[in-house]
Ligand binder design. Structure first.
Ligand code: MG
Ligand code: MG
Length: 260
């Protein structure tokens, strides 16, 4: 069942998503060599709670923390730990916040210090693919239009698309129908309707698309151990085009001219 949201519900979803956006910026301020991913988690949790919201991820399916921190060859669902970030790493910070009965969900992949040009171009292409997917999310179109746009952009640049993890509807539950794959065919899948709220979240690998799950039961890692990138926005599909409810504006203010 795909729930269509009212205008009022979409404004509540925007509030939750902007808390996530500002949390990602707070995390971004702290990212530098020597910082542990657990320290990032702690400040994210404090910031979310200081906005009278609750971290969506904490306890979700037993997940132990408030953000996912996926470093280098980790694709998604990395568990914050005592790992100290080092120069040349990348870290995807995925964050959710729950307030007024609605979730926000967004992810940004950050660079730690100086990152190789090869990895920078993976990040740039993945972020571009997210916006191509958003552009393809039109009332009257089909869900496959989104995945096709993401997949075409990434594969034509020589990268591969993770199949095991996908985007999703967002609402009272963090993960609602429909599933939003980052691959697909134009014209296939459910029709996109005004009021649908979905998270589009390309997870894109520098090497092959295959991945495996670490023994912690959460962390997904590329099988060839090449780096992976992940960007995510929650959007509302509207008659006039997609309304992006989350935002990278706060993060990119923090990153300044280092933003990708
Ligand atoms: Mg997310
Ligand atoms: Mg998500």
């Amino acid at each position: 069942m795909i729930y269509l949201k009212t205008d009022e519900e979409i404004e509540l979803l925007r509030i939750s998503n902007l808390i996530v956006a500002r949390t990602l910026a707070e995390v971004g301020k702290a990212i530098k060599p020597g910082v542990t991913t657990l320290a990032l988690d702690k400040l994210a949790e404090e910031f979310i709670r200081s906005n009278d919201a609750v971290p969506s991820f904490l306890g979700y399916g037993g997940f132990p923390n408030s953000i996912c921190t996926s470093v280098n060859d980790q694709i998604v669902h990395g568990i914050p730990s005592n790992y100290e970030l080092k120069d040349g790493d990348i870290v995807s910070v995925d964050c959710g916040a729950y307030k007024n009965g609605f979730h926000g969900d967004s992810c940004y992949t950050f660079c730690v210090g100086e990152v190789s040009p090869e990895v920078l171009s993976l990040l740039k292409t993945t972020k571009e693919a997210l916006y191509k997917g958003i552009e393809a999310a039109k009332v009257g179109g089909r869900l496959g239009d989104i995945g096709s746009a993401v997949q075409t952009h990434c594969e034509s640049n020589g990268y591969s698309v993770v199949r095991e993890f996908v985007g999703h509807g967002v609402g009272h539950d963090m993960h609602e129908e429909p599933m939003v794959p980052n691959y697909g065919r134009r014209g296939n899948g459910p029709m996109l309707k005004d009021g649908m709220v979905i998270a589009i979240e390309p997870m894109i690998n520098l090497g092959k698309k295959d991945c495996y799950l670490e023994s912690d039961g959460w962390t997904a890692v590329t099988s060839d151990h090449k780096y992976a990138a992940h960007y995510e926005h929650t959007i509302a599909i509207r008659k006039g085009g997609a309304d992006i409810l989350s935002s990278f504006e706060y993060v990119e203010q923090v990153l300044g001219n280092k933003a990708i």
